[in-house]
Design a protein around this ligand. Structure first.
Ligand code: ACO
Length: 331
């Protein structure tokens, strides 16, 4: 069984930069509140004419170019998103078409902020089993189209941004690659971070005016509960990845966490007894881009020269579901 390795990375964000000062004009908030609670200075918002698959396409082309693979080489597409272009089918179908790929398997995974690590894990299993040799793994969102951009939705609206990140994974013939992945879900608390509609549960379809008036067709977050769970699950799942591979924190060059909130990353660093320079952060530029945040952060960390051949890194995620996940990688 051959593990997979990441051979290409790329990301794409919309052009439109939204500063905290811009948000002050449309809702009751302040740059000081946003920066002190989250570390976010700006984020990108997709304009009306940009769909999730457009950002996914841009990121995928860059990852393919870095890996030196052509459309014929790709034999699997997995996209993580909660803001797909259409109710169905998934973004993976549009992406497969836009890239002119062969009629290979393409599907979406809806695991919110953990989606990219979930997709990476599934892709890795396909490669380990011999079902695929070259897979395109994407996290992409235009979720700011879903959020309530008024004072009522401000706790969510200030945190989130749009973007896409992509990775090409291929069969590894040496000791580098994805060493292990660890996926978890605890559905019982899903109501602390969710968007009820439009959905098939009673009362949350698009024809329910009351549900719309009550804000049930926009994301909801119980910030304190999310914070409390995130700062427990991140260290747990990072430790799980190290234990599985007989690694200690001294062996880890960099942790690339889901960019949820800088205060969450600071609390994780404190709990794990490490300095913040071991935990990558670019949330100040893009906000929380849900499924896209890890591949965007991974791409930037690589481009900045922070990851070199032979380094051990850990990807770690926590988000709606709750879901949480990690991947241990030897570069
Ligand atoms: N601007 C100004 N004020 C705001 C905003 C805003 N954008 N949003 C909320 N507030 C107000 C609230 O209405 C509340 O006002 P009140 O006291 O008059 O009722 C007050 O700010 C609460 O602020 P804090 O005292 O800082 O409250 P708390 O300490 O609970 O922090 C926070 C709230 C920042 C949301 C915190 O719980 C948190 O960081 N949670 C994590 C949430 C998060 O980052 N999620 C990431 C997305 S999910 C994921 O990716 C896993």
């Amino acid at each position: 069984m051959h593990k997979s390795k990441i051979t290409g990375l790329g990301f794409e964000v919309p052009e439109k930069v939204v500063l905290n000062a811009d948000l002050e004009k449309i809702m009751d908030t302040s740059d000081e509140w946003i920066q002190s609670r989250s570390g976010i200075k700006e984020r990108r918002w997709a304009s009306e004419d940009i769909a999730t698959s457009d950002l996914a396409l841009g990121a995928s082309k860059k990852a393919m170019e870095m890996a030196g693979v052509s459309p014929e080489d790709i034999d699997l597409v997995i996209v993580g998103t909660l803001s797909s272009d259409y109710f169905f089918p998934g973004v993976s179908a549009q992406l497969q078409d836009k890239l002119n790929l062969r009629n290979v398997a393409a599907f979406d995974i809806k695991a919110a902020c953990s989606a990219f690590v979930y997709c990476l894990s599934v892709g890795d299993q396909f490669i380990r089993s011999g079902m695929a040799e070259t897979a395109l793994i994407v996290g992409a969102e235009t979720q700011t189209k879903l959020i309530d951009k008024t004072t009522r939705g401000r706790d969510i609206a200030v945190l989130f941004g749009d973007g896409a990140g992509a990775a090409i994974i291929q069969t590894s013939n040496d000791d580098s690659g994805i060493l292990s992945t660890h996926l978890h879900c605890e559905g019982k608390d899903m109501r602390n971070l969710w968007m009820e509609g439009p959905g098939s549960a009673p009362g949350v379809w698009i024809n329910n005016k009351q549900a719309i008036a009550d804000g049930r067709l926009s994301p909801f977050m119980n910030g304190r509960e999310v914070f409390r769970n995130a700062v427990t699950r991140f260290p747990e799942v990072i430790q799980e990845a190290m234990d599985e591979n007989g690694l200690t924190m001294d062996d880890i060059k960099l942790i690339i966490p889901h960019q949820a909130n800088n205060r969450i990353s600071q609390a994780v660093a404190k709990r794990m007894g490490i300095d913040m320079d071991r935990i990558y952060s670019n949330i100040h530029k893009y906000g929380n881009t849900t499924a896209a945040s890890i591949p965007i952060a991974l791409t930037e960390a690589f481009q900045e020269g922070k990851i070199k051949k032979g380094d051990h890194i850990i990807l770690a995620a926590f988000g709606a579901g709750y879901t949480w996940a990690s991947a241990a990688i030897r570069w």
